[in-house]
Design a protein around this ligand. Structure first.
Ligand SMILES: Nc1ncnc2c1ncn2[C@@H]1O[C@H](COP(=O)(O)OP(=O)(O)O)[C@@H](O)[C@H]1O
Ligand SMILES: [Mg+2]
Length: 330
């Protein structure tokens, strides 16, 4: 039993595909176990075993996850939601002590990724091209006066996700209105161009990026990539590698990039499986395999660019019907 390669997926939500891919890759070598705080998370029922757990911020949450890991001989754990990444990184040692490896980046870089203004500052400090950003609206207004930046601009929450509360804004009055209604907003130069997403795997042992899948985002829906086309460009691969070097980013990450007037700009980073990852997997970029190799303490070979260009992905809906007797219990 102790040789089983059991994997725990936290806050699985609606990410059924991720569960399926891990089951397929394990192919009987171990179980995929999933958790969520709601029994209505469909991905739970895709897993070999499932646990309904408290909400992440509830007392006792971490202990419960640790005991699930211990009792099920879990070899690796990762989360599909942003707020949980810090928790895993903060308590990495507690997991390692019981034989579970958290597939997660370093805490300091996770906190930079979670705060879009901190990410802007980090990119600027490191000489990387990014989107001009402000948190001080008076500074922004004075830069408008000085001709440094012009409308339209983009106003969004510093710690936003799923495209919540994003606004294209054309006047000072609108900026004032949004800042009076909402806290923690940032103002960005409006990027009028093409948007790309990169699914990147940074080897947990060598800390080198070993897989990079780039897609042009053709259509977004509810904050997720809904339609995309695979894309290749050496210049963008080099920019991504340069960005990652020395950051402490590890495992699977998702990078948003804009291209405006032929130049690339790094926009934001989610240090977890992005919603568009199925496109990468179905194109042969097998991150579950890379993770499993790392769990076996093998360094992965570099497979950057091992996919076809011009392959499209379209998402569509599925439903899960749950009989009362099938409901996962807490
Ligand atoms: N500065 C910008 N200019 C134009 N569009 C933007 C800008 N920032 C964000 N967007 C659009 O809003 C979407 C969501 O913004 P993003 O910063 O990626 O936040 P999140 O994905 O965390 O909600 C992006 O995918 C992009 O389509
Ligand atoms: Mg985004």
């Amino acid at each position: 039993m102790s040789d089983d390669l059991n994997i725990l997926i936290l806050s699985c939500g609606t990410r059924n595909k991720i569960v399926q891919y891990f089951k397929k890759e394990l192919n009987g070598r171990g179980l995929v176990i999933a958790t969520d705080c709601s029994y209505l998370a469909p991905a739970l029922y895709e897993a070999d075993e499932q646990y309904i757990v408290p909400k992440m911020n509830d007392e006792g949450y971490l202990d419960e996850i640790l005991s699930i890991c211990k009792n099920n001989n879990i070899k690796a754990v990762f989360s599909l939601i942003d707020p949980e990444l810090s928790l895993l990184a903060k308590h990495k040692q507690s997991f390692i002590d019981i034989g579970t490896v958290p597939i997660v980046s370093e805490l300091d870089v996770i906190e930079i990724c979670f705060d879009k203004y901190k990410m802007f500052e980090f990119l600027v400090q490191n000489g990387l091209p990014t989107v001009n950003s402000y948190i001080d609206k008076e500074q922004f207004f004075s830069d408008v006066e000085a001709g440094v930046i012009d409308y339209p601009v983009f106003v969004k929450p510093i710690k936003g996700s799923s495209s919540n509360n994003i606004n294209k804004v054309s006047t000072k009055e609108e900026v004032e209105f949004l800042f009076s209604r909402f806290d923690n907003l940032m103002i960005q130069e409006f990027m009028d161009g093409i948007e790309y997403g990169a699914d990147v795997y940074i080897d947990m042992i060598s800390s080198e990026p070993v897989a990079i899948f780039i897609k042009e985002k053709v259509k977004m829906r509810a904050g997720e990539t809904d339609k995309s086309i695979s894309f290749k460009d050496e210049e963008l691969v080099e920019l991504i590698k340069k960005f990652i070097k020395g950051t402490g980013l590890k495992g699977i990450i998702d990078v948003d990039i804009f291209k405006v007037n032929g130049e690339y700009y790094i926009s934001e980073v989610n240090p977890r499986f992005g919603g568009g990852y199925p496109h990468a997997y179905e194109s042969g970029v097998n991150v579950p395999e890379l993770i499993i190799n790392n769990i076996y303490e093998n360094v992965n070979d570099n497979v950057i660019g091992h996919y076809e260009e011009g392959v499209s992905m379209m998402k569509f809906n599925e439903v899960k019907i749950l009989d009362p007797k099938e409901i996962a219990s807490t």
